[in-house]
Design a protein around this ligand. Structure first.
Ligand code: CP3
Length: 359
């Protein structure tokens, strides 16, 4: 038996019956919340916030104080791994993430090593342990990592990018060097996620934010294969409880069958995909998480309810759906609109779980 009082998320990710559809929101702890902005100001800068477990715990819990969310997600960032590898991360308002020491030449790639998470990333594991204590099993805690391709993109570019020209040049000109980088990052992601799981993360999610920029063949060889390796290396059960793993490739709608075949428990969908069609395509292999357009949260309460209802209807009756946005919530959103969404999902989803019809 799971000890978590509200374990709807875990059940839905494992396609077990639920009374209503669970909901959480990517970037649910973030700049749209005034209390987050206050804590961030107190921390001084974003990385200090991440590296101080008490503050990371505080902001993780903030959205749960306001909204009836069905999960907590660890407050951290995907770029902690390259930071721990020595690339020197800083994140400044309006500039996005920047690495002081990007890796571009084969010799720099060769010199990288996977960090020991209990050492260089101990602050993340301490945050996980503290959050689990403070959560008191109210809802499950989700741990996460970036995908190797997405992390490698930032490591090579040194910052966010629209075109990702440098990493794509490496892909076409020196695939051997890129594969070497991806292998090192993959080793590190496996160690990092397993350490999060052992520290108390009850589900894990891999964010492949930039996989959708690749051709189908490049996606398979430079992103999906490495995520598959991660799934093969993950601890999938702790104390008899399955630890579900979610794969999210932004822009990956055309590849949902292949993503489902990696052995993940659930596939995250961005808003460009029809979730009902995606469900038919993956069948009973995986659960689906998503996928409301984050911009809906700028609309009126009535429109938000309508859009939430439309997604629930597209998914249809039965288990295997975790409601979420198709990407992170934007900083300009009014927090009251989030309350409208969460309440709408709870209320409108009940009828889809009564007298469940077979898929
Ligand atoms: O979901 C959550 O609430 C957990 C926290 C979380 C953050 N980043 C906090 C954060 C998670 C899961 C992430 C993942 C992340 N980080 C991704 C993958 C998900 C996605 O959005 O595609 C990516 C690509 C990053 C890299 C990154 N970190 C970016 C692009 C930015 C935004 C920079 C900016 O100024 O807009 C960050 C910083 C960041 N990570 C913020 C938050 C709340 C904002 C920083 C701030 O407080 O100023």
């Amino acid at each position: 038996m799971n000890e978590t009082k509200n374990d709807l998320l875990l059940r839905a990710l494992l396609r077990k019956p639920v009374e209503r559809t669970p909901v959480w929101i990517m970037r649910q702890a973030g700049r749209y919340l005034p209390e987050y902005r206050n804590t961030r100001k107190r921390a001084g800068d974003f990385m200090t916030l991440c590296k101080t477990p008490e503050l990371a715990c505080e902001v993780t819990l903030q959205p749960l104080e306001r909204f009836e969310l069905d999960a907590a997600i660890l407050f951290s960032d995907i770029l902690t791994i390259p930071d721990a590898m020595g690339l020197g991360l800083s994140i400044h308002e309006g500039e996005g993430p920047i690495f002081a020491h990007p890796v571009r030449r084969p010799a720099q790639i060769e010199a990288l090593a996977a960090p020991d998470p209990e050492d260089a990333l101990r602050y993340v594991l301490d945050a996980v342990r503290l959050i689990r204590t403070e959560l008191k099993d109210r809802v499950p805690l989700i741990g996460f990592s970036g995908s190797p391709w997405t992390l490698a993109s930032y490591m090579v570019e040194g910052r966010g990018s629209k075109e990702f020209t440098l990493v794509k040049t490496l892909l076409y000109e020196n695939p051997v060097a890129l594969h070497k980088l991806l292998a090192t990052v993959t080793r590190s992601v496996i160690d990092y996620l397993n350490a999060q799981i052992l520290a108390g993360a009850q589900a894990v999610m891999i964010f492949d934010t930039w996989g959708g920029l690749l051709t189908t063949s490049a996606y398979e060889h430079f992103s999906l294969d490495y995520m598959h390796q991660i799934l093969d290396g993950l601890i999938r059960e702790v104390d008899g409880e399955r630890v579900p793993a979610v794969l999210f490739t932004k822009g990956g709608g055309q590849w949902v069958e292949r993503i489902a075949d990696t052995g993940c428990d659930a596939v995250g969908l961005d808003w460009t995909v029809d979730i009902g069609e995606a469900r038919r395509r993956v069948g009973k292999r995986v659960a689906l998480q998503g996928n409301m357009d984050p911009a809906v949260l700028y609309a009126s309460p009535d429109r938000i309810r309508e859009e939430a209802g439309a997604i629930l209807a597209r998914y249809g009756h039965g288990d295997g759906h975790v409601f979420n946005l198709g990407h992170g919530i934007q900083p300009g959103v009014d927090p009251d609109r989030v309350a409208v969404l969460v309440d709408a999902v709870h209320e409108l989803s009940v009828s889809y779980h009564r007298d469940q019809k077979p898929r």
